[in-house]
Design a protein around this ligand. Structure first.
Ligand code: PMP
Length: 394
């Protein structure tokens, strides 16, 4: 029977990681995969997470199942982190999920249950896994204009024109902050216009927030999500703890369904718990418990916030440095967008053959769409990259 299976396309970023590993050249630079790396190229365990892990080891007395929705304290802590006091807690249904990917997948599942013919409006481009999960699920995708190839900012007019086509029963998928793969984001005036449009068309927003704290700060990065959730009748939110807690492999995320009344809340909560049961039953607990401990203990939380600030500022510093090195190397201001972008990524807007040339001639690895991971750089490699970018003619 298995001979009927079709070969599936390899994940491009994972394949790139493999090529990088096999590259024997010294001084090769990996700006591909989306994990945070410090100046020496390590992905550290955050201090507060390590401390919480130690405490947990000493105090945890059972590994018995949690609830189907995960530990309610995790949902409370994460809802407070993401939504602040933008919406009453009673209006938010939530379940723990395996990572942000689990939350995204389960959010789509919920949409499909509610409306099998929903059209999902996705930014062009978006995180490729959005597209492959939707394809796998047989759901309908409609791309909306997002990245402006000339300015390397957001094509806001194009985006609004395309989103005007979404109607009741459709989903508009947005990135809460730090857009992946482009790094280009809306300002709050533009977000307000998106909210007004959603209210006009009746489409439902789904916010994927995977980099809270990586852009302009924890509250600043959640501002759009909070605005949306408090301004429209229903919002789905998929939050990831992988990046901002540095617990990638622990698979920790939260799926939220925000409604404006308690009757809807009960139905949403039941649906989300049901979906957990069907897909994997109880969600993973270890990472969720660490996050809860960090967020609810004053000392751990302060230390986590301080370290997250260090991470954020180091990426901003690298952005500024790269933009100014590029200005020097190219003698033009055309790379100023790198300092404007936010989060871990920037899309250079270069053709695949130039990305190939960077890899072949300079051992610098970017994703094929010219996305570079800013956190893969350090003070020594920034000038090398700047020179190579100019040399290959980007
Ligand atoms: N959404 C976006 C936009 C992402 O970039 C990522 C991580 N690459 C995720 C969701 C999910 O991450 P994870 O499943 O590792 O938490």
């Amino acid at each position: 029977m298995f001979e009927t299976l079709k070969e599936q396309p390899a994940d491009k970023i994972l394949a790139l990681m493999q090529t990088f590993r096999e590259d024997p050249r010294e001084g090769k630079i990996d700006l591909g995969v989306g994990v945070y790396k410090d100046a020496s190229g390590n992905t550290p365990i955050m201090r507060a997470v390590k401390a919480a892990e130690k405490q947990l080891w000493e105090t945890e007395t059972t590994k018995a199942y949690t609830g189907l929705a995960g530990d309610p304290a995790f949902a409370d802590a994460m809802i407070a982190l993401v939504l602040g006091d933008a919406v009453p807690r009673a209006n938010v249904a939530a379940v723990a999920t395996p990572g942000g990917t689990g939350a995204v997948r389960q959010g789509f599942d919920m949409v499909r249950m509610a409306n099998p013919s929903a059209k999902i409006f996705v930014s062009n481009p978006t995180w490729p896994n959005h597209l492959s999960i939707l394809k796998h699920m047989g759901m309908t995708m409609v791309p909306y204009r997002y990245f402006d190839e000339d300015s390397r900012g957001v094509d806001f007019d194009g985006m609004m024109a395309d989103l005007a086509q979404a109607g009741p029963g459709d989903i508009v998928l947005v990135h809460g902050c730090c857009h992946n793969p482009t790094g280009a984001n809306l300002n709050m005036t533009e977000w307000q216009a998106v909210v007004d449009l959603l209210n006009k068309t009746g489409a439902t927003p789904m916010v994927d927030i995977a980099y809270q704290g990586f852009g302009d700060g924890l509250d600043e990065d959640a501002a759009a999500t909070r605005l949306i959730a408090s301004s429209v009748p229903e919002t789905i939110i998929a939050a990831s703890c992988s990046k901002n807690f540095g617990i990638y492999r622990e698979r920790t995320g939260l799926l939220m369904a925000v409604s404006q009344n308690s009757a809807a809340h009960k139905l949403n909560q039941g649906t989300l718990a049901y979906l957990n049961r069907q897909n994997y039953s109880f969600p993973p607990d270890h990472g969720a418990r660490l996050v809860t401990m960090v967020l609810t203990d004053d000392a751990l939380r302060m230390d986590w916030m301080a370290e997250l600030e260090e991470v954020r500022n180091s990426m901003l510093g690298l952005r500024d440095l790269l933009a100014s090195e590029l200005q020097r190397a190219s003698g033009s201001d055309r790379f100023g967008f790198i300092a404007q972008h936010r989060g871990m990524f920037s899309r250079l807007g270069a053709s695949t053959d130039k990305v190939d040339k960077l890899r072949e001639d300079h051992a610098i690895y970017l994703v094929g769409d010219s996305r570079l991971n800013i956190a893969g750089l350090n003070k020594e490699t920034v000038p090398i990259l700047a020179k190579a970018i100019v040399e290959v003619g980007i």
